[in-house]
Design a protein around this ligand. Sequence first.
Ligand code: FMN
Length: 202
Amino acid sequence: MTLRTLLVTSSILGENGQSNALANHFKTQTEAREDVVVTHRDVVANALPHLAIEELGAWQTPAEERSAEQQALAAHSDELLAELRANDVLVLAVPLYNLGIPSQLKAWFDRVLRAGETFRYTENGPQGLIEGKRAIILAARGGQYAGTELDSQTPHLKTMLGLMGISDVEIVFAEGLSMGDTQRDATLKEAFQAIDQLVETL
Ligand SMILES: Cc1cc2nc3c(=O)[nH]c(=O)nc-3n(C[C@H](O)[C@H](O)[C@H](O)COP(=O)(O)O)c2cc1C
């Protein structure tokens, strides 16, 4: 059986991006696995606009009644939702920018966190509609925050994934990447090893 994996990258630093280096390592390791297919979505190279009321309006308009402009707006989310649903594993390579996720990645979440599609509101609160998926976060940071209150990023990511019903989430941290070459090399080595182990579990 083929395992379909969606790899989402979001570094603005291109080939110098450390989260991209983690993503590339994941990709290379999976190439040795004939049963794993990776689809790569770079949300910086294919940046989405901020979510705005016109796009919400397009979602709320029945497909057959949408204007040409609304069809184009709704297509952003429809395409990303189809891609998410078509994959079994979601891998998010995430840099820490100004203590949060890159705004391009937020724009991606704004398209896949869609009421009535990936979650619904019930009298007991929101209920996720995406079933049976696993997520892996490759978190690259200049400083060290994991396990402290200063890590405002991975709890946010887990909450957003959880809203859709994705609760099986593993995180590989590569921290201290701006704290000198020795620290950077050691943390990347450790993160690559953790990725190797994760790939074995796919
Ligand atoms: C615009 C910008 C903001 C950043 N903000 C932070 C930050 O708040 N905390 C931190 O530890 N590192 C910060 N960094 C460093 C990144 O986390 C670091 O470059 C890491 O490698 C992940 O980003 P990358 O995948 O783009 O390389 C920032 C980097 C950039 C370019």
